[in-house]
Ligand binder design. Structure first.
Ligand SMILES: [Zn+2]
Length: 128
C-alpha cells in the first residue's frame, strides 16, 4: 500500500524502500526530470540525476515542485550532508534522530524554496 499516512516506523520503511524501487516511482522520477529539461534545480548547470523529496507527506502521489525537486548528485549531497548538519551525507532517519533537527530543517526548507523558483524558470525556459 502506498501513499499511506501513519507513523508506524517499520511499516513506513518497508513501504518507502519498496516504493523507491518500484517502476511507478522510476517512471515518475523520469517524468519529473523532464520538467526541467534534466537540469538540476539547485545547480542548473549540472544534470538532474534524481528526484529528491522535499517532504514525505504524499508518498505515492508526489507532485513535481511541491513534494519533489530534481537535482544533481552534488546538490543531493549538500542537502543531506552539510545542510543536515553532517560532514557527509546521511539518511533522513539519521537526521531525524535529533528531534531539533528534523527533516526538513530550516536550511533545507530554504534551499527547497530556492530550488522551486529555479524549477519554475527551468520549466518556462523550455517554451522559449
Ligand atoms: Zn533527497
Amino acid at each position: 500500500m502506498l501513499g499511506f499516512k501513519g507513523n508506524s516506523n517499520a511499516r513506513e520503511k518497508v513501504n518507502y524502500y519498496s516504493y523507491m524501487n518500484s517502476n511507478e516511482w522510476k517512471n515518475k522520477s523520469r517524468k519529473f526530470r523532464r520538467k526541467t529539461g534534466d537540469r538540476c534545480q539547485i545547480f542548473p548547470w549540472l544534470k538532474a540525476e534524481s528526484s529528491h523529496h522535499t517532504n514525505y507527506n504524499n508518498l505515492g502521489s508526489e507532485q513535481w515542485n511541491v513534494d519533489c525537486i530534481v537535482i544533481s548528485h552534488s546538490a543531493h549531497k549538500l542537502i543531506h550532508g552539510w545542510l543536515a548538519g553532517f560532514r557527509r551525507d546521511v539518511g533522513v532517519s539519521k537526521q531525524n534522530e535529533n528531534p531539533k533537527n528534523k527533516y526538513p530543517n530550516s536550511l533545507q526548507k530554504t534551499i527547497h524554496w530556492y530550488a522551486r523558483i529555479v524549477g519554475v524558470v527551468l520549466y518556462l525556459i523550455k517554451f522559449i
